[in-house]
Design a protein around this ligand. Structure first.
Ligand SMILES: [Zn+2]
Length: 73
C-alpha cells in the first residue's frame, strides 16, 4: 500500500500549490524556492532539485477594443 501524497496538496486547494511548492524529493516541509525569471521555475535549496513551473501562462490581456465608429473628438 502506498501512501498517496497527493492528498496532502489538495488540503489547502490551489492556494497552497500556487504560493509554495514542497520538494517532491525532500517531502512536505521543504519549500522550494520560486523563481520568476527568466522562466518560472522552482528549485529546492536542500537537495538542488529543480523543475519548471507548470502553471499555465496567464492569459494575455487584450487591450480594450476601441469602440467602433468614427474617431471624432
Ligand atoms: Zn529537495
Amino acid at each position: 500500500m502506498g501512501k498517496a501524497r497527493t492528498g496532502f496538496y489538495t488540503v489547502q486547494g490551489e492556494t497552497l500549490t500556487r504560493t509554495h511548492t514542497f520538494c517532491p524529493k525532500c517531502g512536505p516541509g521543504v519549500i522550494m524556492a520560486q523563481h520568476g525569471s527568466p522562466r518560472p521555475r522552482r528549485s529546492c535549496g536542500k537537495c538542488g532539485y529543480s523543475e519548471a513551473d507548470k502553471a499555465p501562462a496567464p492569459k494575455a490581456e487584450k487591450p480594450a477594443r476601441a469602440p467602433k465608429g468614427p474617431k471624432s473628438k
